[in-house]
Design a protein around this ligand. Structure first.
Ligand SMILES: Nc1ncnc2c1ncn2[C@@H]1O[C@H](COP(=O)(O)OP(=O)(O)OP(=O)(O)O)[C@@H](O)[C@H]1O
Ligand SMILES: [Mg+2]
Length: 248
């Protein structure tokens, strides 16, 4: 590894540790304080109810139900964070982006056909090399693809389409775009999309995009969203190009 690359390696490792850990810690604190607060309030309320001459059993049952629900929610958040931290160790290396994309396709091919989504790849990266952590970058691509597949889930089967495009951009960047045929993004939501815990899905945690942004920025790239001119949305990220040609 030459000096410049070594330096980049150190910078990335540091930026990643600081930003990912910082973000995880603050979102964890933020997200846990709400269910814990309502568990406290509910148990205080239950205590008051029990002091009545004739305690209202239905009311108490409702309170217990809420407490269980909040505790479940807190548990889910912790479990999700744990799963992410497992992959936290940062192993940046030179990567052939094409290979990384092949791995993701292999991971998601079965999922796409189970959901009856037409998944198309238009990858023109040749042997372009970037520098980063393959597990984390795969995670970004997976998050975007899963979101895209979610977005077309309600459409008639023949309209469920997701396209992944990858190409070099300018001299020093490569760009990956995930395009879907879903409903697109309402204008007032653009500001919230990448914020931790913003979700419009019943079972969603709302962390896929915020984690993706942290990862991409730690790699010296950018990530953003747009609506297509026709239907659907388009999520795009760029990464620095280290070299034009990697090993054959
Ligand atoms: N391709 C898309 N089309 C339309 N809206 C989208 C798309 N991708 C993301 N969104 C919106 O952004 C929100 C946040 O996405 P994000 O991936 O962060 O969380 P999520 O998918 O809701 O939950 P999870 O934590 O499981 O990923 C989604 O709930 C959805 O409202
Ligand atoms: Mg998601």
């Amino acid at each position: 590894m030459d000096a410049e690359l070594h330096n980049l390696h150190d910078q990335l490792a540091h930026a990643d540790r600081v930003s990912l850990m910082g973000q995880l810690a603050s979102t964890l604190a933020h997200e846990l304080s709400q269910p814990l607060g309502s568990i406290l309030r509910n148990s205080e309320a239950a205590d008051l109810f029990l002091r009545r001459d004739v305690p209202d059993v239905d009311e108490l049952q409702e309170i217990l139900f809420d407490i269980r629900k909040d505790s479940q929610r807190a548990g889910d958040v912790i479990q999700q964070m744990r799963a992410m931290l497992k992959h936290h160790e940062f192993h940046p290396q030179e990567l052939l982006m094409t290979e990384l994309m092949d791995d993701v396709t292999a991971l998601l091919g079965a999922e796409a056909s189970a959901r009856r989504v037409q998944l198309e790849f238009d990858v023109n990266l040749g042997r372009a090399v970037t520098f980063g952590d393959p597990v984390q970058l795969q995670q970004v691509l997976l998050n975007l693809l899963l979101n895209a597949m979610d977005s077309v889930g309600e459409l008639p089967v023949e309209n469920r389409k997701v396209t992944v495009r990858a190409q070099r951009h300018a001299k020093s960047e490569l760009e990956v775009t995930v395009i879907d045929s879903g409903p697109g993004i309402a204008p007032e939501r653009f500001d919230s999309l990448f914020k931790p815990f913003f979700t419009t899905k019943p079972g969603g945690l709302g962390i896929g995009l915020s984690i993706s942004r942290t990862i991409v920025e730690a790699h010296g790239g950018r990530i953003w969203a747009e609506n297509n001119t026709g239907t659907g949305a388009k999520f795009q990220f760029s990464l620095p190009l280290v070299r034009e040609t990697g090993p054959a």
